[in-house]
Design a protein around this ligand. Structure first.
Ligand code: ZN
Length: 303
């Protein structure tokens, strides 16, 4: 299968017809996660053609390129992806694209390395869940606008204006979330979820964050991890734990069962959007809506 995908990839590249004329003068953009698709759409507006590879509920850590993705990628002017090994199974594909003069841009390159959280289990690697710090997302918005402008200078002022408008919305979002979170007492700010997606959120909004699985969902949680975390939940009297929309529910259900088996109670506080937004066309299908929904769900369940 892998071989077939790569052969198609090469075929697609040889015969690829990417040029701006064939797409009404608009750049062809391919993005990976729904968060990146949403950001780039906000900046590019109707001056770009955009195709997101991953939909709602899709786990980027485990995502593999399909044959359909290959032709989308081969026809792209720019590919925006998360980087920092977020799309662990797409790295080879991106490298190949890079060699074929297709611009591949990791949005994490917008950030200063010293501001990233380093991974405890993989030396030299960083936590890729950077969208949960709104200040970082603002920097990435500017970075995307700069890159679109470089590739398509005639629309530079359009991209810059969109970027400015979107950044203003992100700043309003940040203040709104802060006000909601302030209603939750400090000792109740403990967030237990399926995997380590919320470390940047925790730093930005002063939560202690624990994920059952590590930074990538590729490593399964063992029985010992479940028991350890169950003891933590009981010790800290955590009222609720959270499922993630892109991770199977059973991991969190196993944790809840472990707490209950020790004659304690913990609720499942709801489903959070961690590595993918909600369905397109809904409020949670946007970055801003997703963040508001997550914070409301967290605060209501932990109060
Ligand atoms: Zn993740």
């Amino acid at each position: 299968m892998k071989k077939l995908v790569f052969s198609l990839l090469i075929f697609g590249l040889l015969f690829n017809c990417k040029n701006a004329q064939e797409s009404n003068g608009k750049l062809n953009i391919v993005t990976t996660t729904t968060m990146i698709t949403d950001l780039v759409s906000n900046v590019g507006g109707d001056k770009i053609n955009i195709q997101g590879l991953m939909g709602s509920g899709v786990d980027p850590h485990l995502y593999k390129a399909s044959e359909g993705d290959v032709s989308k990628l081969a026809n792209a002017d720019i590919i925006f992806y998360g980087g920092l090994h977020l799309e662990g199974k797409l790295v080879e594909v991106f490298e190949k694209m890079g060699h074929q003069n297709i611009k591949t841009i990791a949005v994490s390159d917008a950030l200063d390395e010293s501001t990233l959280i380093s991974s405890e289990s993989f030396a030299g690697n960083y936590d890729p869940h950077i969208w949960f710090n709104i200040d970082y997302w603002i920097q990435i918005t500017e970075y995307v606008a700069r890159n679109l402008s470089k590739e398509n200078p005639e629309n530079k002022s359009f991209f810059q204006a969109n970027s400015k408008t979107y950044i203003e919305k992100l700043q309003v979002l940040k203040e709104k979330l802060r006000a909601t979170i302030e209603t939750l007492p400090q000792d109740k700010r403990i967030l237990v979820t399926a995997h380590d997606a919320f470390n940047y959120f925790g730093i930005a909004f002063d939560f202690e964050v624990v994920g059952l699985q590590g930074l990538s969902t590729a490593t399964e949680a063992g029985v010992q991890d479940v028991q350890k975390l169950a003891a933590f939940i009981i010790d800290k009297q955590v009222k609720a734990i959270f499922v993630e929309s892109s991770v199977p529910k059973r991991t969190i259900e196993a944790l809840q069962a472990a707490v209950i088996s020790k004659k304690h109670d913990v609720a499942i506080g709801g489903t959070l959007y961690s590595d993918a937004l909600g369905n397109a066309g809904t409020l949670e299908g946007t970055y801003i809506g997703m963040f508001e929904y997550n914070v409301k769900t967290i605060v209501n369940a932990l109060k």
